[in-house]
Design a protein. Structure first.
Length: 124
């Protein structure tokens, strides 16, 4: 029983430490231009984001598809991990930066030589 309680306490501690990396990116975010939303939340001691809605049903992005994963704290209001781009089917080194109700996600290739950022606004 002590092992179960200790395991539960460690899991809660890991999640609270992730959420307290400055701000908290948990929530639903609208992509600039209104092209869709992602839902970001804790997963396995990190943050992950999945497509919550898409404006264009012919888009390669599908609801429920994981597009951000393994995002761990890399500074105050910053997380680093991986970003999947449904448009080209590739996974990139990714980061998230939170500033109030604005989130900037960045995916980079070639060791950071080529990067693309997307801005998001918190919906809820």
């Amino acid at each position: 029983m002590k092992t179960i309680v200790a395991g539960a306490m460690l899991a809660l501690f890991a999640l609270s430490g992730t959420a307290q990396a400055g701000g908290d990116p948990t929530g639903v975010w609208l992509r600039e231009g209104g092209r869709g939303t992602v839902r970001i939340g804790p997963c396995g001691g990190a943050f992950c984001g999945s497509v919550a809605s898409v404006e264009d049903p012919s888009s390669p992005a599908k609801v429920g598809q994981k597009v951000f994963y393994g995002m761990v704290p890399s500074g105050e209001n910053n997380w680093a991990g991986h970003a999947f781009n449904p448009e080209d089917g590739k996974t990139y080194t990714g980061s998230m930066t939170l500033s109030g109700n604005r989130l900037t996600t960045t995916g980079c290739a070639l060791g950071g030589l080529i990067c693309k950022s997307v801005h998001w606004s918190r919906v809820k």
